[in-house]
Design a protein around this ligand. Structure first.
Ligand code: IPD
Ligand code: CA
Ligand code: CA
Ligand code: CA
Length: 271
């Protein structure tokens, strides 16, 4: 039976993701412009990223005023309830700016530091992914209906389809390009979807064999990491570690270790 707290957090995460997704989908200005840049000139933020984060934090704190928040667009409060929400209001801002459909609203809830609920909504795909710690991962979608998620059986590494992403900081990005160049001949192929949260959900849904990236923040991966793990994927960072800014690796069992070893051999987290 689901823990009543987890059930409440899951319901709230679904509602917040649904409303923020609708705002982003229906409220996108035709002349959407870059509002500001962050770590580099290609690290952009729009008024819609900020509006979506405000909608989510207002909605959740209206129901649970004592919870804390960590959001990409600035939400950062401790709270007193033991629950903290880790939010990427718009994961895939560059896709959104260009009108590409792969962008997501990612909302996770931690209880005493452990992620217990994750919801990722992909409004343009009409899909929502969710997971509760120990309760499995699920998806609802116009295309696929409602279903429980399991990642796909492992192929040999040279037949694996692996997604990745590139950080906005030039030095990190240059190194990632070098690692990717070494990796491509050793895999079936790579993908660059443009949303870390969507990549992790696609792994959970059996549409990818693996995913890795350097330079992710907690809000990029909190919900997707739980969804991938609850679908049976293994997730980690550098060998023996949890995903971090240095490295996130996620893959179906059987691909995870060889991929992590290969990334270690290629020095994926060195400059
Ligand atoms: C980015 C996306 C992208 C990943 C970047 C992230 P944002 O998030 O997840 O796929 O490669 O590392 O920063 O800025 O669009 O929320
Ligand atoms: Ca961003
Ligand atoms: Ca992000
Ligand atoms: Ca974002």
């Amino acid at each position: 039976m689901t823990d009543p707290l987890h059930a409440e957090l899951l319901g709230l995460a679904h509602e917040a993701a649904r409303r923020a997704g609708a705002l982003l989908r229906d409220g996108r200005p035709a002349d959407l412009a870059v509002a500001a840049t962050k770590s580099s000139p290609i690290d952009v933020v729009t008024e819609m990223d900020i509006a979506a984060e405000k909608l989510i934090t207002d909605l959740i704190s209206g129901h649970r005023p004592d919870d804390g928040f960590l959001g990409e667009e600035g939400a950062a409060t401790e709270g007193t309830s033991g629950v903290r929400w880790v939010i990427d209001p718009l994961d895939g801002t560059v896709n959104y700016l260009y009108g590409l459909p792969t962008w997501a609203v990612s909302i996770a809830a931690e209880h005493h530091g452990e992620t217990v609920v994750g919801v990722v909504a992909l409004p343009m795909r009409g899909e929502t992914f969710s997971a509760v710690l120990g309760g499995g991962a699920r998806a609802t979608g116009a295309w696929t209906g409602e279903r429980r998620l399991t990642c796909r059986p492992a192929p040999p590494l040279d037949q694996a389809l692996v997604s990745t992403g590139f950080n906005y900081v030039t030095k990190v990005r240059d190194h990632q390009a070098e690692v990717a160049r070494e990796l491509v001949p050793q895999l079936r192929d790579i993908r660059r979807g443009g949303s870390a949260a969507a990549d992790l959900c696609d792994l959970a849904a059996g549409r990818l064999d693996g995913y890795y990236e350097r330079g992710l923040h907690p809000w990029d991966l909190a919900a997707g990491d739980l969804i991938a793990r609850e679908a049976g994927a293994l997730t980690g960072g550098r060998p023996g570690e949890r995903p971090s800014w240095d490295l996130t690796v996620a893959a179906t069992p059987g691909v995870f270790e060889p991929l992590q070893r290969l990334l270690e051999d290629l020095g994926a987290w060195h400059d």
